[in-house]
Write a protein that binds this ligand. Structure first.
Ligand code: B12
Length: 235
């Protein structure tokens, strides 16, 4: 039943991936009772991502914001359709922005939110975490934005979680990162973000580049997304 709702909403089908995750023991207390998750990824426009050569572009910035708002809309639509079928779900916003309640001192100190969409996505078997802490999907590489919907009941569709990186020897994102935020170590589920990636270095450089290239007080870069060999298409 969930599959048919998703097939109707996630269109065109080749722009999306989705999968189900068993999240027992992995979620914050705040989400008590929700032990399953649906991970959805929306592909980014490849030409726009390819345009990120020396830093963020205005096209990427606009595309990123539009995709966030599309994903938000989609999750609420799925939530409403599931509710009609008696299935309780909890959509989680694609990102955090200034003005949100959770954009507070604790967030600025840790750069962590209550739910990692990348964790739901690896548990749903859609891909792994790369050397610059991006989620690398099998379908579109890191060229996507993610969102999650938590579920109380078992959707009855299982996935094989991905537990380690498939980046191997590749270091292109590490070398090209303008913040030098990564040290090249491979991810697996027992490794903490801070052991291989410095999110504060990344965030500071994103702010610097946004101001320099786009004249906006935001945090945006995208070079690691653009250089990853996974998901690159030939035009
Ligand atoms: C805070 C944040 C940032 C911070 C910190 C980045 C970071 N890497 O943590 C800053 C401002 C720097 C940032 C920058 C960007 N961000 Co950001 N950001 C977030 C946000 C809001 C929260 C991330 C978070 O809580 N991190 C905390 C750590 C602990 O978790 P994590 O980073 O998700 O990854 C760990 C876990 O997932 C864990 N894990 C994975 N699977 C499993 C399984 C098990 C069992 C366990 C135990 C653990 C585990 O492994 C990872 C490493 O430890 C998410 C949205 C969200 N709610 O998830 C978007 C998000 C991660 N950002 C995203 C993007 C696209 C970007 C930028 C490219 C945007 C840009 N500026 O151009 C850059 C790229 C930075 C980069 N290379 O990571 C996308 C990622 C898409 C992708 N392909 O990976 C997200 C998911 C937003 C979205 N809706 O799509 N971001």
């Amino acid at each position: 039943m969930i599959n048919s709702i998703l097939k109707q909403i996630l269109r065109p089908a080749n722009h999306y991936i989705y999968g189900f995750a068993d999240l027992h023991g992995l979620l914050n207390e705040k989400f008590r009772g929700y032990n399953y998750g649906l991970s959805i990824g929306k592909r980014l426009d490849s030409r726009i991502v390819d345009g990120i050569k020396k830093g963020p572009t205005i096209e990427y910035f606009n595309h990123y914001r539009k995709t966030n708002s599309e994903l938000s809309g989609i999750t609420w639509k799925i939530h409403a359709d599931l509710k009609k079928k008696g299935i309780d779900s909890l959509p989680v916003a694609p990102t955090i922005s200034k003005g949100d309640e959770s954009y507070n001192e604790e967030y600025l100190r840790t750069l962590k939110v209550d739910l990692s969409h990348k964790m739901v996505a690896t548990r749903a078997g859609l891909g792994w975490i790369g050397k610059t802490d991006l989620f690398v999907s099998r379908a579109f590489g890191p060229r996507l934005r993610l969102v999650s919907i938590l579920l109380r009941q078992d959707p009855g569709i299982s996935s094989i979680p991905v537990t380690e990186s498939e980046c191997g020897e590749c270091k292109v994102c590490v070398v090209k990162c303008p913040a030098q935020a990564a040290n090249g170590k491979l991810w697996n589920i027992r490794v903490n973000r801070e052991q291989f990636f410095d999110p504060h270095k990344c965030r500071e450089k994103c702010a610097e580049l946004a101001l320099e290239k786009l004249k906006v007080n935001e945090r945006i870069c995208g070079l690691c997304v653009s250089v990853c060999p996974y998901g690159k298409t030939k035009h």
